[in-house]
Design a protein around this ligand. Structure first.
Ligand SMILES: [Fe+2]
Ligand SMILES: [Fe+2]
Length: 284
């Protein structure tokens, strides 16, 4: 049974003066140490935007990337996958990478010009560097009480995916980001811990999906990107209200949440909500 877990924020958009040796970068990576009593598990959730920042920060934080048990990728965008090749070179030997098969689909955005924002490597390059790609669209148990969500059901009317594009069967079309997923952890005695990448599916959709697949209603913590950067006031307010109703003990928004949304969430949730910074450790 899971006893506790410790998260270290390896890559994040903001740095604090207390940890001035760390690099800030638009991206996200979280190192998780899960303690099951006699067993433990080291899991890397996303890899930031570049190997340089990923490895520099991991070394400065004294994190052992050589003995990772598993790497999970939340989705295919470069700011979550960009450090993978560096991690694979450091890991030595083969390591399983759990992700949705669409992380390798073309990922594009249009503003201001058409730009490629997908993974900066191919499946073949990752496999040649030691990755064992575990393609999975559905929830997967990684350890007792620890699972990936797989594709997230989109039920909330106010949570829409906009601004991303892909190419399917020769057609340029909106990318609804089916590859977006989160980690859902049942922490006995405390409740559900949800760890997101960008939460492109919507942070409330993601939490509700995690509650459904784990069967755990009580929400303890939500940590990661909430993708509210550029969202209108209506969506930010609806998110804040829904989170208030879900009543989590800990909310740590970061990366693509955006300053405006973080302020609104702090207003709604008080001291329970604190933005993420690179180098933060969270003991749960
Ligand atoms: Fe992101
Ligand atoms: Fe993203």
């Amino acid at each position: 049974m899971l006893q506790d877990l410790r998260l270290t924020i390896v890559v994040e958009n903001s740095a604090s003066l207390d940890n001035s040796s760390l690099y800030a970068q638009h991206g996200l990576s979280i190192f998780l140490e899960l303690n099951f009593g006699l067993e433990s598990m080291k899991l890397l959730w996303d890899t930031g935007a570049s190997s340089e920042v990923m490895l520099h920060n991991a070394d400065a934080l004294d994190l052992d990337l050589c003995h990772l048990d598993l790497i999970c990728l939340s989705h295919g965008h470069y700011d979550h996958t960009g450090g993978l090749m560096g991690v694979l070179q450091r890991r030595k030997g083969r390591v399983c990478i759990l992700a949705h098969p669409d992380i390798f689909a073309p990922k594009l955005k249009e503003r201001p010009t058409l730009q490629y924002i997908g993974a900066p490597f191919t499946r073949n390059e990752a496999e040649a560097a030691g990755a064992i790609m575990l393609d999975c669209r559905s929830p997967l148990d990684l350890a007792p009480g620890v699972m990936t969500t797989g594709e997230v059901a989109r039920l909330e009317a106010f949570e829409k995916v906009e601004g991303f594009w892909t190419v399917k069967e020769g057609q340029y079309c909106p990318d609804c980001m089916p590859d977006d997923q989160a980690l859902a952890i049942n922490l006995p005695g405390k409740g559900l811990v949800v760890i997101t990448g960008c939460a492109h599916s919507g942070i409330i959709n993601t939490i509700r999906h995690a509650q459904k697949i784990t069967g755990v209603e009580e929400l303890h913590a939500v940590i990661g990107g909430f993708h509210l950067m550029g969202a209108d006031d209506k969506r930010i307010d609806a998110t804040a209200k829904a989170l208030q109703n879900l009543d989590p003990a800990i909310v740590r928004p970061g990366h693509c949440t955006g300053q405006k949304a973080v302020c609104r969430l702090q207003e709604a949730l008080g001291e329970r909500c604190r933005p993420l910074t690179v180098g933060d450790t969270i003991q749960l």
